[in-house]
Design a protein around this ligand. Sequence first.
Ligand code: BGC
Length: 486
Amino acid sequence: MHGGQRRGNGPGRAVVWLAAITALGGLLFGYDTGVVSGALLFLKNDFPNITSVQKELVTSFLLAGAAMGAIGAGRVADRIGRQRTILITATLFMAGVLAAAFSPAFVFLLAAQVVIGLGVGSASMVVPMYIGEAAPPRFRGALVSFNQLALSTGILVSYLVDYGLSGTGDWRLMFGLACLPAAALFLGMLFQPESPAWLITHGRLEEARRVLRRLRPPDTVDSELASLRSSAQRQGARVRELLRPSLRPALLLGLLLAVFQQITGINTVIYYAPTLLNNAGLGSSAALLANVANGIVNVGMTIVAIRLLDRAGRRVLLISGTCGMATALLTIALIFLASGPQLSTAAAIAAVAALFVYIGSFAIGLGPVFWLLISEIYPVRVRASAMSAAACANWAANFVVTISFLTLLNAITDAGTFFMFAFLTTAALIYFWLRVPETRGLQLEDISAGRSRPRPGPALVPAQSAARPAARHAAAAARRRRPAHR
Ligand code: BGC
């Protein structure tokens, strides 16, 4: 044992603990985005004249805040470090949910939603980045995806809380409960180390060495330090660097993954499944129950993904998951086409089953893989800015899909809307097949330099921009030392 790090098969206690604490940020992301749908139903208890446009504003302000939070967090994380940025994020969560819970007026609630959104957006990019930088390559897929697991659990818990409090209609408590995980995140982060990659880019070599000793087996510390140092030196000014031709493919990949994650329709299901099922003829309680089951499938399949990401690899899960999503969407579209907007019992059962397949396929592929890949494909000096851009694109696309969905249903019918999502998902599938690299088991610095591509999938950067000899040597040495995959 060394600083909580076990030699042998596991990633080590220190790093698992770090990922688990940090993933509370993901839990809050999921809870805060999920809880709104239930809370909206009861706002009229305190604001009797609330209109449906005002209700839409409550959701929109959260998403707008999240886009801003994602952009701002990258700059902050570069300037003051990842760990302190997460502390600020936890503070934003606490301030936001308390403000929402005690809102004396509607505008106050809107302002609180923006603050919660800032926390959500910030957590969405800084949590996977920090875990990705702290995790050993062999376990990075699983550890970063703790975030997606916590996120989907947060959504499920929010459904249950909404359901449990629906008797009293206590929307203030629905929001306020999130204060508990936010406080736990804050306290837990006080004891977590700064990211070694960030320390290196700030010339704090000895501290980085100390952190790596805490998080890695002793025999890999020197090679990783060498690889991190050479990568930190190789790059120039941060944001300008991002636009360099050699980084453009990675930038584009992150942005397109972000947009595809949303325009393939996941949040129309997460936010509107009960409405959809209710409109299609399912009773309200059956619709709510189907929704809770949706949440369980989401969590369950994320656990499967965590077990497979570092064994089967990212590409295979992403591609098979996206195939499953496209098939399920096409099935739902055909069910609506065959039965019209009102479904028979048999058709409703088939539609719910297809929804389960859709959400399960998302949870095994595009859900975790998007956040994982954007934490992996950028070099350290531009990682925060590039992840900010991708996360912001994700929130912006989420916003557009969410606000246009109900209008779309009216304009082109349920069948038309699901055909459209099936088409977009097929386009995503083709793009992923052609462009997504395999990153399993590689050092982060090797991936962004396009140095090694032992498994199928395209390279991120042309081979000639590969690293200088020192880094190549260190990376090769680290690879030789790495135990075989199970
Ligand atoms: C997406 C969210 C979505 C969630 C569902 C995340 O990966 O970014 O928009 O609500 O998965 O589990």
